[in-house]
Design a protein around this ligand. Structure first.
Ligand code: 5RP
Length: 262
């Protein structure tokens, strides 16, 4: 049975639709991970199948790769294409400087590599992800399994000297077992509540042996598109310093239904 999207999903869909205005024929595009990015991949699939758009997608996770194949977006690896024109991805938090926390879906490593290898990163989101100070969303840190408890202890120790609002660190679980990333690594979630100095924290974390990458995306994102359920979007562009409000033209044939029997 198909049901109309709830307001949050509608906002995600609207931001995804607006982000596709950045896509041009022939582009190599980083495909993000998560529920918002999934809308973008579905819409991109529509453009490939129905409008004959020619693009190459580089997925940031096995989940996104599966979805891209399903909806007909041609994909390649970053090794194949080496550099990208554009990456479109979601985020768990963004601030006024368009710095981000990512990794809620556990794909932060590939997401950061792909976004950094792109001329432009566009983040698609809804207003709930907008924060004054990063850190309410637990900061994901990818660590290798070998000696992870030691890595966790070192992270906890390093947080003592940091401008943060909390120091609890938890191992992410998938049901009862540790969550594994596409690389077979683990995720530690840092419940820091408030990150006073994201740059310092990112540097310190990445120097700890066993840490592969952290979920702070600093100076990587160019544009954030904040969607709303009624089709309005706010486009924040860090390079031009502009914030514009627009209306996304939702067509009658927009496929904005979910299969609730899934
Ligand atoms: C995955 C991510 C996602 O972009 C982030 O978690 C947002 O997900 P969603 O769009 O489902 O809210 O970083 O690693």
């Amino acid at each position: 049975m198909a049901a109309k999207l709830n307001p949050i999903d509608m906002a995600k869909y609207v931001s995804a639709r607006r982000a596709l205005d950045y896509v041009e024929d022939g582009m190599r595009i980083g495909l993000g991970t998560g529920s918002t990015a999934a809308w973008m991949v579905r819409c991109l699939g529509d453009m490939v199948r129905e409008d004959g758009l020619r693009v190459t997608g580089v997925p940031t996770s096995s989940r996104t790769a599966d979805l891209a194949r399903q909806v007909g977006v041609p994909i390649a690896t970053l090794e194949d294409v080496k550099w990208l024109d554009l990456t479109i991805d979601g985020a768990d938090e963004f601030d006024q400087d368009l710095n981000l926390i990512k990794g809620g879906g556990g794909a932060l490593l590939q997401e950061k590599i792909v976004a950094t290898a792109s001329d432009m990163m566009v983040v698609i989101t809804d207003a709930s992800k907008n924060v004054e100070t990063l850190g309410a969303f637990p900061l994901p840190v990818e660590v290798i399994p070998f000696g992870w408890q030691t890595t966790k202890a070192l992270i906890e120790e390093s947080l003592i000297g940091m401008d943060v609002g909390g120091r609890a660190v938890t191992l992410r679980l998938n049901r009862d077992a540790p969550f594994r990333t596409d690389e077979g690594n683990l995720i530690l979630d840092l419940h820091v509540k408030r990150i006073g100095n994201p740059r310092q924290l990112a540097l310190v974390l990445n120097q700890i042996p066993g840490v592969v990458e952290n979920g702070l995306f600093l100076d990587i994102c160019d544009v954030v598109i904040v969607g709303t359920a009624d089709g309005a979007v706010e486009v924040r562009d860090i390079n031009s310093g502009t914030i514009t409000t627009e209306q996304v033209d939702l067509r009658d044939d927009d496929n904005i239904f979910v299969n609730v029997s899934d």
